[in-house]
Design a protein around this ligand. Structure first.
Ligand SMILES: [Zn+2]
Length: 91
């Protein structure tokens, strides 16, 4: 998929994150990314704060092909460490 645009948003309804596959409630801060797939169709995808932080630390980007939940299945322990840090930072 080709990344066209990205925006931080406050989710107006619940969305599942592409990277971890978890469902985040309405009101969550998420990155909304717009892609074009190989058929020329627009695809809107959401990314959570934990996945974004994980990716920036590991030199990964939201561009390209990501299956739903792929990031979490690829390094569950590493993802959970980042998630705990983010939760701590909010408290
Ligand atoms: Zn995520």
């Amino acid at each position: 998929m080709f990344l066209l645009n990205e925006n931080m948003v406050k989710a107006r309804k619940e969305h599942s994150c592409r990277g971890c596959g978890k469902v985040y409630p309405k009101g969550s801060q998420m990155l909304n990314a717009m892609y074009m797939d190989r058929y020329g169709k627009y695809v809107s995808v959401y990314w959570c704060a934990t996945c974004l932080e994980y990716m920036s630390r590991h030199g990964l980007t939201i561009a390209g092909e990501w299956e739903l939940g792929e990031l979490l299945s690829f390094d569950r322990a590493g993802w959970q460490d980042v998630n705990l840090e983010i939760i701590d930072r909010k408290q």
